[in-house]
Design a binder for this molecule. Structure first.
Ligand code: NA7
Length: 536
């Protein structure tokens, strides 16, 4: 049992990333006494932990920043179309300074347990260091991809050199110059790391288990003049993000693949391939992720690009996915990624054909070879969406454990509430419209803020999602994912992570309908007086 302190806060927010920071600003406006508990020593969440070389946005910078503060929009200049991590971390620190947020944030405070106390109508929070807090409401702002996962190769502790997970990168600069480096994993993080490390490493060996379909980012600097011009278009930019499928500047072409002639398709795809950002993925013909023949067609187009860019045909074939179509997993955006494999210092190992058997004191042993390394980088991903919840012992009404409740997959009401978990709200919970995530973060924070205001006005002290409402939303979540080719593929989006027990079966982890549709659902609940939520 958690003992409690006499002073009870109105709200505890777990996490000081993009969602936690904005939520704190809004809670203060409501006049609520709030505290943010943050595991890291600084603000930024994703942009605090992911310091690996080459880490950057794949969303256009000016579509990614906060939209709620026009002064901030005038004040802040993005220097690149896709800002690198240090810039984003600086940006989020500026926001924390501007709103004097740190006085309500407790750093190096990793939450261990959060138990609902029905009699007191409060959440009791316990930190890893034994610290305790108590609050009427609990808001989780713990991120979607925030629990790094490591493989379980034998001998991992024996390696004598430094090794790092991309999502737990140290603050000190890691120098790769002249070093023999291994990168394990070729998801979005691995691709960004590889193309950067390849510039200086004496030798870079990439261990690829499953190739991904990557496409060019086409990053570039933003001059002060261009930034001034972008600033005049902020209203239009954010309006566009509100209207598009996944809150990006890009959105699906309103035509099916085979409605265009072969020449038209080719011209359109060449144009998309030459354009900045996610257009080739989310700005493509509307049926590429649902129509198998259409998907095969675009996959062939991208495969040919890889063949053109990689000189050694055998290496090119290894880099072309064979078991999933283009866009059915997250498309890593890249800058000369494929060309890296033309460099004499870069080697690709197919770790499906020749699996890693163990990590040795001096490197990696595969089924057919022994490699020596100075540094090993694990770009092995995250326990997406549920991992951050599993790390905390959440207990709801009658002591029910969230981990048990979610044994066969997370359940929620619009990704923000869970039945049996009274007075708890989730900002980047499961079944959210992810995509260009800050846009959904702002929406969710505003929804939560309106809801708390509503509770205050009603003098309510307790709320809980009704199981029927959760079931209805979950039916919608499942139904809308039907027919998506991505549902036939293992990825963090389908909740599969082979490094985590209990994550071997595909089950939709995010909301796959459109963001406008997601917002309509959530707004509908509010407009009907928070229908589906029991308020007392
Ligand atoms: P991802 O996309 O989950 O990628 C993880 C990569 O690591 C992927 O290539 C995995 O191969 C590989 N991996 C994981 N475990 C192993 C083992 N045991 N052996 C070999 N290879 C392994 O994570 P990212 O960090 O790149 O990106 C996550 C998201 O963050 C991304 O989508 C962005 O939206 C931001 P696999 O494919 O499982 O065969």
């Amino acid at each position: 049992e958690l003992t409690t302190r006499a002073d009870t806060l109105d709200v505890i927010v777990i996490g000081a990333g993009m969602s936690g920071l904005y939520q704190l600003i809004r809670l203060r406006e409501l006049g609520l006494r709030a505290r943010v508990l943050e595991a890291g020593s600084g603000v930024g969440g994703t942009w605090y932990w992911n310091r690996y070389p080459g880490c950057r946005f794949d969303s256009e910078s000016y579509s990614y920043g906060y939209s709620f503060d026009s002064d901030l929009l005038s004040e802040w200049s993005w220097t690149e179309h896709f800002a690198p991590q240090p810039e984003t971390e600086r940006y989020l620190n500026l926001v924390a300074d501007k709103y004097d947020l740190r006085r309500d944030i407790q750093f190096s405070a990793r939450v261990k347990a959060a138990h609902w106390d029905e009699a007191a109508g409060c959440w009791n929070i316990e930190l890893e260091d034994g610290g305790r807090h108590r609050a009427r409401f609990l808001i989780t702002a713990i991120g979607a991809l925030s629990t790094p996962t490591m493989p379980s190769f034998p001998g991992m502790d024996d390696f004598k050199g430094p090794s790092f997970h991309t999502g737990l990168w140290p603050k000190e600069k890691v120098d790769f110059a002249g070093k023999r480096v291994a990168v394990i994993g070729t998801g979005a993080s691995g691709v960004q790391t590889i193309q950067e490390v390849a510039k200086t490493a004496a030798q870079l060996t990439v261990f690829q288990r499953t190739p991904n379909w990557c496409a060019p980012l086409h990053n570039g600097k933003i001059s002060p003049e261009e930034m001034a011009e972008i600033r005049t278009r902020y209203d239009e930019i954010f309006q566009r993000c509100r209207e598009t499928w996944a809150c990006f500047l890009h959105t699906a072409h309103p035509q099916d693949t085979f409605d265009a002639t072969a020449e038209e398709r080719r011209a359109f795809w060449e144009k998309l391939y030459a354009e900045r950002g996610f257009g080739i993925w989310v700005g493509n013909y509307q049926d590429i992720l649902t129509n198998r023949a259409a998907n095969e067609e675009i996959s062939r187009f991208i495969a040919d690009k890889i063949r053109q860019r990689v000189k050694d045909p055998a290496v090119a074939e290894k880099l072309i996915p064979k078991n999933h179509g283009f866009g059915t997993r997250r498309v890593p955006l890249e800058t000369f990624y494929y060309e890296c494999y033309n460099q004499p210092n870069v080697k690709l190992v197919d770790s499906k054909a020749t699996p890693i058997e163990r990590i040795t004191p001096t490197g990696i042993r595969t089924s057919d070879a022994e490699y020596e390394f100075d540094i090993i980088v694990y770009a092995t991903g995250f326990d997406a969406l549920r991992g951050a919840f599993d790390r905390i012992d959440f207990r709801g009404a009658n002591g029910v454990a969230l981990k048990d409740k979610w044994q066969d997959g997370a359940t929620s009401l619009v990704g923000m509430l869970v039945d049996e978990f009274p007075n708890m709200l989730m900002l980047v919970g499961p079944h959210n419209a992810l995509g260009n995530i800050p846009r959904t973060i702002e929406f969710n924070v505003e929804w939560v803020t309106d809801f708390l205001r509503h509770l205050g006005e009603r003098g309510a002290t307790r709320f809980e999602a009704q199981p029927e409402a959760v079931a209805q939303w979950m039916d919608h979540v499942m139904e809308i994912a039907q027919g998506l080719l991505s549902m036939e593929v293992d990825s963090w989006m389908t909740g599969v992570n082979h490094n985590v027990a209990g994550r071997q079966t595909r089950r939709i982890a995010r909301y796959t309908g459109s963001a406008p549709n997601y917002r309509a659902w959530a707004n509908g609940i509010a407009e009907r007086g928070y229908a589906g939520v029991e308020i007392g």
